[in-house]
Ligand binder design. Structure first.
Ligand SMILES: Nc1ncnc2c1ncn2[C@@H]1O[C@H](COP(=O)(O)OP(=O)(O)OP(=O)(O)O)[C@@H](O)[C@H]1O
Ligand SMILES: [Mg+2]
Length: 344
């Protein structure tokens, strides 16, 4: 593909609307590192805070994020429950055989999707495939934040840089790191804005503590050398993968007042919150503060009402199974813990 030789992707940024959603791309040229899993958890976390979210699947072959979203719609229909949904778009790969035509076609497809989503949403989450494609480069060039999940192993670190096995010194950055560096330079040159790069370790395990410590040291050294920020990652947990067929995440099942919630679920939800906080988005902090104070007011009003009026004994048996939305319901899965825990 001709784009492999050319690291620059010039999208006509003047053609995009003025009001822009914050765009995240989940990227890593290695397959199976947790891009789709992280994308879905971020989408639901933002939705549950009441933000409008657009999602784009660039992996039109696997369509994992799309299947996740479709499964969620099916759960809504079958279970007759209301679940927040993203505005989802799949961008198909161009059918044109000549690279030049295919790239022009994919630029247009990408631009159209961004136009549709950017003025109507607060956040756009783009899931990219685990290999180098022109659509993936377009996304990397037109994002504010790149999030790269990496499996917690030295094999996967290779996507960031070559590391000397004896000394753990960094021999050279990877092609992927160089591509991001060049996109950052190009972006600064085009419109003076910046691209933030965040790396999160995924599937962390407590079994091999020595490997974990070595990884921590090496990732920190790499972050200084090739310019990314490290975010807290997700541990290896069944709950991060078992809800795919229902299109749900741990945030949804914690929401439902489910009695079979385990300690691992609580810990998983905390990991999602910590990732959210590490993104340093002022609008998210503000929203959490507003929802928390609304929830407090609602609780106070309920307490006052129940202490001043007799309990409606006959009414409780007929209570609807799906509670009406309230500040508490809408955000509990994301904000119910005390502030210091959320910010941990
Ligand atoms: N923290 C985790 N705990 C348990 N399983 C996980 C975790 N993160 C991801 N997985 C599982 O690992 C597999 C790969 O994850 P995912 O599909 O998110 O990766 P990907 O980077 O999107 O892959 P691809 O490059 O093929 O698109 C999936 O089966 C997913 O359910
Ligand atoms: Mg994927």
């Amino acid at each position: 593909m001709s784009s492999a030789a050319n690291p620059y992707v010039k999208l006509d940024s003047t053609a995009l609307p003025k009001r822009r959603a914050h765009v995240f791309v989940l990227g890593n040229e290695k397959g199976g590192s947790g891009k789709t899993t992280t994308a879905m958890h971020l989408i639901i976390a933002f939705l549950r805070l009441g933000f409008r979210v657009g999602s784009i699947d660039l992996d039109s072959r696997q369509r994992s994020l799309t299947r996740y979203v479709e499964n969620r719609r099916q759960t809504m229909r079958h279970e007759n429950v209301a679940l927040p949904q993203p505005h989802h778009i799949v961008i198909q790969k161009s059918p044109f055989p000549v690279a030049y035509d295919a790239e022009a076609d994919e630029r247009e497809r990408f631009g159209t999707a961004m136009h549709k989503l950017t003025s109507e949403n607060d956040f756009i989450i783009i899931d990219s495939p685990g290999n180098d494609t022109y659509l993936s480069r377009l996304a990397h060039a037109n994002t504010q934040t790149i999030i790269t999940p990496i499996n917690d192993s030295f094999v996967d670190l290779d996507v960031l840089a070559q590391v000397d096995g004896q000394t753990l010194n960094i021999t050279r950055p990877s092609i992927y790191s160089e591509m991001i560096w060049e996109q950052k330079l190009e972006r600064a040159k085009q419109d003076g804005s910046s691209i933030e790069w965040i790396v999160m370790r995924n599937r962390l395990s407590n079994i091999n503590a020595k490997n974990k410590l070595l990884m921590t040291q090496t990732v920190e050294a790499l972050s200084r050398r090739i310019g990314f920020r490290v975010a807290p990652g997700f541990s290896e947990r069944v709950i991060f993968r078992e809800l795919f067929l229902q299109g749900l995440t741990v945030l949804d099942i914690m929401q439902a007042g489910n009695t079979s919630v385990s300690l691992s679920h609580v810990a998983a939800r905390q990991e999602v919150r910590e990732l959210l906080n590490s993104l340093r988005l002022p609008q998210v902090d503000e929203r959490i503060a507003t929802l928390r104070s609304a929830a407090r007011e609602e609780e106070a009003a309920e307490t006052n009402a129940s202490s001043s009026s007799p309990s409606p004994a006959a009414g409780t048996a007929d209570a609807p199974s799906v509670k009406p939305a309230s500040a508490n319901d809408a955000s509990a899965a994301v904000v119910e813990e005390p502030e210091e825990q959320i910010r941990a």
